[in-house]
Design a protein around this ligand. Structure first.
Ligand SMILES: NC(=O)c1ccc[n+]([C@@H]2O[C@H](COP(=O)([O-])OP(=O)(O)OC[C@H]3O[C@@H](n4cnc5c(N)ncnc54)[C@H](OP(=O)(O)O)[C@@H]3O)[C@@H](O)[C@H]2O)c1
Length: 331
């Protein structure tokens, strides 16, 4: 089958397109024919080898962390899915494999795609939508009436987080360049800050909660601008010690303690709860997000589609950090 893969970590040139054997499902696995996959910044980070401490991959490693398609084969013991059904998944982190004609997946990561939802929307919402939902509901425990700051509102995670936070009844402020503001207001943002010309700490009241995907200085300023007793989560900085146990790698906790000491110290000083969050695969939550799309309550913006043969170009565009919404790969 055609697949986009790497044989070693490195610069964009290590990304290859070629023929690899199609997967056969083992016990508790199934295979679907890919109709759409989506691009996430984690794809180029994996290519660079940035995540090796937490997750390394046997080579060749097929890139692509979320995908949608039609079930073609079930492994022994798989129930609840049948050949011909339309499905989507944030794929197993330990394996990925979305940028290929056929994709191996685990049923607990899969959701059926409701009528009215396209393969492209289903693939595009998986990783980014689950990240937004888990951060808002499991980490920040956002409540109606609270003031939340969502950074990078025009990005894959941000534009979904704005809508989900708005749906929870929160008052949403977001950062994005000025050209995106009208669109983000339509999605439910009440206040849009152009991060290129304005400092949110000067023009906004302190927040109850912050979803940060930028890390670094932006995260530190966000913590300093959260009310005492508030909550901050980052998906863009460096992992905090909890991530080591979440990943079943407790020996990494001291390393994560060291590399996350700046935001943790800032949070302690401010009286704010802070942690880094690594999203997890979750078929049941994905089904809920797909249902919201079917009902028109969640809109996924797809900026551009690329054929599988141009997946490397899509990865380069993602790496530019200027994508609005999502990029989708087609077989
Ligand atoms: N830990 C996890 O589980 C997890 C999960 C998902 C994502 N992430 C990470 O979260 C980050 C965002 O992911 P994504 O998929 O949303 O990325 P993305 O779609 O590539 O984000 C692109 C957007 O970022 C905006 N942006 C760039 N610099 C900005 C700044 N200084 N302030 C505000 N907005 C800025 C751009 O907006 P403008 O065009 O308006 O400039 C662009 O629309 C990535 O680093 C990704 O790896 C982590």
């Amino acid at each position: 089958m055609h697949a986009c893969y790497i044989e070693r970590y490195g610069s964009p040139e290590v990304v290859k397109l070629g023929e690899l054997p199609a997967p056969t499902p083992g016990p508790g696995e199934l295979v679907f024919r890919m109709e759409a996959a989506s691009v996430n910044p984690v794809d180029f980070k994996i290519r660079q080898g940035m995540l090796r401490a937490i997750q390394s991959y046997p080579m060749p490693a097929i890139l692509g962390n979320d995908a949608a398609g039609v079930v073609t084969a079930l492994g022994p013991g798989v129930t609840g899915f049948a050949p011909g059904e339309r499905v989507a998944a944030r794929l197993d982190k330990a394996r990925m494999g979305g940028f290929a004609e056929f994709v191996l997946a685990r049923p607990e990561h899969l959701a059926k795609i409701p009528e009215g939802v396209s393969f492209a929307e289903a693939a595009a919402v998986a990783l980014a939508g689950l990240t937004a939902w888990q951060c808002l509901t499991e980490v920040l425990r956002l409540k109606a009436g609270e003031r939340v700051l969502i950074h990078a509102g025009a990005g894959g995670v941000g534009h979904l987080a704005i809508q989900l936070a708005h749906g929870l009844g929160a008052h949403v402020t977001t950062t994005a360049s000025a050209a995106r503001h009208d669109w983000l207001r339509e999605l439910g943002a009440v206040q849009c800050i152009d991060y290129r010309t304005a400092d949110f700490t000067r023009v906004c009241e302190p927040f109850d909660a912050v979803l940060d995907s930028m890390g670094g200085e932006t995260l530190l300023r966000s913590i300093a601008h959260t009310r005492r007793g508030g909550r901050v989560v980052s998906v863009g900085d460096l992992p905090t010690p909890e991530v080591a146990s979440d990943y079943g790698k407790p020996w990494l906790a001291p390393v994560f303690w060291l590399i996350s000491r700046k935001p943790r110290a800032a949070a302690r000083a401010q009286g704010v709860a802070y942690r880094y969050w690594f999203m997890r695969e979750d078929g049941a939550q994905l089904a809920m997000l797909l249902e919201r799309i079917a009902q028109g309550a969640l809109k996924v913006r797809i900026e551009r589609e690329f054929p599988l043969a141009q997946a490397a170009e899509a990865l380069r565009l993602s790496e530019s950090g200027r994508v609005q919404g999502k990029l989708v790969i087609r077989p």
